[in-house]
Design a protein around this ligand. Structure first.
Ligand code: ATP
Ligand code: MG
Length: 342
């Protein structure tokens, strides 16, 4: 980092009122100045710092405790907004999608496994992804795939929850979260990203929304290349234009067509343990299922498998047949369509 980089960071933390980060950056700048032989400057900075610390202490503020203490406070605050912190074993094989989508994901992953190569040529690494499309079509699943393929830790946050429960703190909380992502080189998965749009309703003059949008724009711009942000929404049109433009990758996950429904069936039955009792009827059910999400279709199939097992007469201790009652599955698909008005 150059002296200018330190100054920019210090200005940012100062304006964000982020005392802890400001202090640690100042300390870094002091060290940097000593190393680069600007000893006088380093001493002056040090005395400003000491003076300020002394003032804080005498005014009864105990803000500047040990690092561990601050880490604990931050952990507690972040735990309110982080739904889950996870690692994943999912790979691209777990996701059914159009070839184009798989290819986009493949190249995105490639950029992260080839960061050094890209950096050699001063090329930027894509690290901001927007996943959009109807419910149950693989947005969350795709985020698990990215985390699993890159073996990165992923923080899952629900923007809806942050926005509604801590309206005024949204910007501050997001800033904290991104700082964590930067230091741990992890993935932040922001679900319900469209909730930002809802801020319009909370505040007549759009002040809060503008503030949050601006914070996110800044956080995006400062995101280190090794950290990744994945945002998901099923209401892309609620998202601010300026924000949409910031994503390096914008991937749609549509409802499955007949080919993809067949791929989903094959994936769900891939262990080879279960087969349909009337394989010839399957095509008609697949056609009927168009309009339902991957999630709904898989759910009805798994229910059919379970009920096919329960249906069997267990009295005489015969081994359990692993045939799926195709008619039962067909009925379940009908029920699902009625339930969802499809
Ligand atoms: N494209 C897909 N390929 C394979 N399985 C899928 C796919 N989409 C959904 N599924 C199945 O449905 C489950 C739910 O999907 P997922 O949570 O990814 O949906 P989503 O798009 O995030 O929906 P929501 O908008 O409601 O959050 C997955 O865990 C998986 O079992
Ligand atoms: Mg989801």
């Amino acid at each position: 980092m150059s002296q200018f980089d330190y100054i920019k960071e210090i200005a940012r933390f100062g304006l964000e009122n982020d005392q802890e980060s400001l202090m640690s950056k100042l300390n870094e700048l002091i060290e940097h100045s000593k190393k680069t032989k600007k000893v006088n400057f380093a001493i002056q900075l040090q005395s400003i710092l000491k003076e300020s610390l002394a003032k804080q202490k005498t005014s009864g503020l105990t803000k500047f405790g040990s690092d561990a203490y601050h880490q604990r406070i931050e952990d507690k605050e972040l735990s309110d907004i982080i739904l889950e912190k996870l690692t994943s074993d999912y790979s691209l094989d777990n996701l059914v999608a159009e070839d184009k989508i798989i290819e986009q994901l493949h190249f995105f992953l490639k950029e992260h496994t080839s960061i050094k190569l890209l950096q050699q040529f001063d090329l930027p690494v894509s690290n901001k992804v927007l996943l959009h499309g109807p419910s149950g079509c693989g947005k969350t699943l795709a985020s698990y795939v990215i985390a699993g393929e890159l073996k990165k830790l992923m923080y899952v946050v629900n923007l809806g929850a942050i926005v509604s429960s801590k309206l005024g703190d949204t910007s501050k909380n997001l800033a904290k979260l991104f700082r964590r992502a930067a230091s741990e080189e992890c993935i932040i998965f922001i679900d319900e990203f469209d909730s930002i749009g809802k801020l319009r309703d909370y505040n007549q003059d759009h002040g809060e929304m503008k503030r949050v949008v601006n914070t996110i724009l800044q956080l995006f711009d400062y995101l280190p290349q090794k950290s990744i942000v994945i945002a998901a929404t099923n209401q892309k049109d609620m998202i601010d234009e300026a924000l949409l433009r910031r994503f390096d990758l914008n991937i749609a996950f549509p409802l499955p067509d007949t080919d993809k429904i067949k791929d989903l069936i094959n994936l769900t039955l891939k262990s080879g343990q279960f087969q349909f009792d009337k394989p010839r009827s399957v095509n008609a059910i697949v056609k009927k299922a168009v309009g339902l999400s991957y999630y709904s279709i898989q759910k009805t199939l798994i229910t059919a498998i379970k009920r096919s097992i329960f249906e069997q007469d267990r009295e005489n201790n015969k081994p359990i047949a692993t045939l799926i009652n195709t008619k039962l599955w067909s009925d379940l698909v009908d029920d699902e369509k009625i339930a969802l008005n499809k």
